[in-house]
Write a protein that binds this ligand. Structure first.
Ligand code: GLU
Length: 465
């Protein structure tokens, strides 16, 4: 079987991590099986859909590296095809016009509720052998209803939830076209999944209720239903269903907050799927391991600390050149001119082991691009006691003639400390202060290398003399 999967978002606003997971899994399943992955934009809700939302989806997927084999395919561009299938179904007696007005439907529902029955369409306009239909009322455009099978049940073996059986008595004759002829949501999904030869539908379990309806229509059209895998919800860190309303962040927000796409992908992969106890893995490993059998059955809970931890792992292990490229936009936002001052790659390499986000790297980098500090006399006296000056002078002299490397600078420090019988902080703190007017910096020997010998000598000499 040639595997074909799809991600079928409705572009109605905002795509959060939970939504993107519904793209990641079908993508990984297609890639694992050398199949095809299709993006289908379900934009038939004209009022709520927007091109901006589509752009955010496409951008987010591209950022994570979820590449497409087909699409984006827009449902709004397939309306003629849906109308064609509706016509075929009417001709074949698989669907029928229903002239029940909104008022009549409401009345029916009220009666059923009063009798403690489940509200459902009563089949008034459903043609049956030997049945006489009511006279067609004037001036009413009908909806088109699907002739759902009567009796029996729909059973499918859900790849996540196991066998599910829904009695056909539970299912109404679904409206597949509105009075103005526009097709309805569940119907479009069926036509698309059939036309696009989708073999595996991997989607959120908020669609479980739609599945038996979709399977019935699919079978009526002579199609073979795909395999369904309904993913449990993603909960936010407070244990509620993740949504914009309770503070979910969009993919763009994570990008702006200095997360790496690799970390997000790794995080999302584990949000409802596992491979033994593997926590940190590459995209290639993920694709190699991905299967439906290891999808979680209970809701996954978003854990921001874990995401931050993963981001740190990826930053720490990143190639400094690439990491520097990724960090540049953040640095520029902070007003750092990365082309003017120490080598930015070296700065990033120095800071990456302690940073959780690209923003933290950029913040740390500021130190190296600010103009040399101008110390006030009083602070200078306080932070660089005169007793330490002879040691500082020796340090300056030694650095002047030294090969600028971390190892050499470390050795120089050791030698000066021994010579003056000092402990490291007694010397390192004044040096930091002299260089940056702060005592908070990464390891001093590395800092000297990164800041550059000329600048170090200039700043130290100025502070000591
Ligand atoms: N458009 C639906 C949604 O965004 C998904 C439909 C499907 O995957 O079948 O929830």
């Amino acid at each position: 079987m040639h595997i074909r999967t799809r991600f079928a978002p409705s572009p109605t606003g905002f795509i959060h991590l939970g939504n993107l997971r519904s793209a990641l899994y079908p993508w990984a399943f297609a890639r694992h099986n050398k199949g095809d992955f299709i993006l289908r934009i379900e934009d038939t809700d004209l009022e709520r859909s927007s091109q901006e939302a589509v752009d955010v989806i496409i951008e987010g997927m591209a950022w994570l590296g979820l590449d497409l084999d087909e699409g984006p395919i827009y449902q709004m561009q397939r309306i003629d095809r849906y109308r064609e299938v509706i016509k075929q179904m009417l001709d074949a007696g698989l669907a029928y016009p229903c002239y029940m007005s909104e008022d009549e439907l409401n009345k029916l529902r009220d009666e059923q509720m009063a009798n403690k029955e489940k509200p459902r369409y009563n089949g008034l306009w459903r043609p049956e052998e030997g049945k006489t239909l009511p006279a067609i009322p004037e001036g009413i455009e009908p909806v088109i209803r699907f002739k759902n099978p009567i009796g029996g049940s729909v059973i499918w073996d859900d790849a996540v939830k196991g066998s599910i059986e829904i009695s056909n008595d539970e299912l109404d004759d679904l409206v597949i076209a509105r009075p103005d002829g526009t097709p309805t949501y569940n119907f479009c999904v069926v036509v698309d999944d059939l036309d696009m030869k989708i073999t595996h539908v991997i989607r959120g379990d908020d669609h479980v209720n739609n599945t038996p309806r979709q399977i019935n229509i699919m079978r009526a059209l002579g199609g073979l239903p795909p395999i369904y895998a309904h993913l449990p919800t993603v909960l936010n860190d407070a244990g509620e269903k993740m949504s914009k309303r309770n503070g979910a962040m969009s993919v763009r927000d994570y990008q702006k907050a200095g997360y790496l796409p690799e970390a997000i992908l790794n995080y999302l992969a584990r949000l409802g799927w596992s491979h033994g106890d593997a926590e940190v893995f590459t995209k290639e490993q993920f694709v190699g391991w991905f299967d439906l059998a290891n999808l979680g059955r209970s809701p996954a809970q978003h854990n921001p600390e874990k995401l931050l931890w993963l981001n740190h792992q990826y930053i720490q292990n990143a190639d400094p050149v690439q990491l520097a490229e990724a960090t540049k936009p953040f640095a520029h936002q902070l007003g750092i001119d990365t082309e003017n001052g120490p080598d930015f790659v070296q700065v990033v390499a120095l800071l990456k082991d302690r940073a959780n986000t690209l923003i933290e790297i950029a913040e740390g980098a500021k130190l190296f691009y600010l103009p040399a500090p101008s110390h006030g006399t009083e602070q200078l006296a306080e932070n660089i006691p005169s007793a330490i000056k002879p040691a500082l002078l020796d340090l300056v002299n030694a650095i002047k003639h030294a090969e600028p490397s971390k190892e050499v600078y470390a050795a120089i420090f050791k030698q000066v400390l021994a010579q003056h019988q000092l402990k490291m902080p007694a010397l390192a703190m004044p040096v930091r202060y002299a260089l940056f007017a702060t005592t908070q910096t990464p390891a001093i020997d590395s800092v000297l290398v990164v800041l550059g010998k000329d600048e170090v000598l200039k700043r130290l000499s100025k502070a000591v003399l």
